[in-house]
Ligand binder design. Structure first.
Ligand code: CO
Length: 135
């Protein structure tokens, strides 16, 4: 169903400060930075092996990440699995009884197509499936 872990999404209050931690202390490379209006975030992707860490700073307190930070503080927000065909994967997980938050894939970072699965049907883990724009 899933190819591999694509990234771990981390909610942060200060993106620049978080980037310093991951680049200078963990030695990762900042690969991409983008404002993703669809999700109300400013996001940075850092390379680690074949996967990524996705740092997410909310654009407003009302965004999903803004509400997450208010509730939980900074920390791990979601795990994302990669697929070559998000439409088929979304269909398959739904058929398997998993509740999707997104009925249809949305446009995520770097032109990817993404969909979120509800934590109440994934053992408490907000789960994203992602089809990269180019692979
Ligand atoms: Co993500």
């Amino acid at each position: 169903m899933f190819g591999r872990i694509d990234h771990v999404g981390v909610a942060v209050e200060d993106l620049d400060q978080a980037v310093v931690l991951y680049t200078e202390r963990f030695g990762m490379t900042e690969q991409h930075r983008e404002t993703v209006e669809e999700f109300g975030v400013e996001a940075v992707l850092l390379e680690v092996g074949e996967g990524h860490v996705e740092l997410l700073e909310p654009l407003s307190e009302e965004s999903a990440i803004g509400r997450f930070l208010a509730r939980n503080g900074p920390g791990v927000h979601h795990v994302a699995y990669q697929t070559d065909d998000i439409d088929a994967t979304l269909e398959r997980v739904r058929t398997a009884g998993v509740e999707a938050i997104d009925e249809q894939p949305r446009t995520g970072i770097r032109g990817s197509r993404v969909a979120f699965l509800h934590p109440r049907s994934t053992g408490g883990v907000l789960t994203e499936i992602v089809e990269p724009a180019a692979h």
